[in-house]
Write a new protein. Sequence first.
Length: 133
Amino acid sequence: MKVGILINNLTKNELEILKLMWTQNRPLTRTEIINLSPERSWKASSIHVLLNKLLEKEAIIVDGFTKTGKNYGRTYSPSVSREEYEKALLKQQFKNTNLSLGELFSTLVEDEDIDDSVIDELQDLLNKRRRKA
């Protein structure tokens, strides 16, 4: 699954389900998704449609089956991690700006709330990149 394809193709509700799966960090059933989203008035049929769309887009996979009452229900997991998705999203956003990479870094590090450990981490990343080149 190409993460870049997902970025432009997910609806708000589909992304909300993915975020829920990422925070739970375990396979979820349709019922669990409904129960873990009390602020949403999702019906089982709506979740069913959303899960099928996410499966079609290869954003989630059927991870297994679990017994729920007398029946078995599918469990679902994201096919991409939150980190992979957010990195791809950030890369796409950067491509859509007129900023150079240097200008972007400059903007980020000018923030007064940046801890010295973050600056050290950035410096380490730059040093590693320089050694690769």
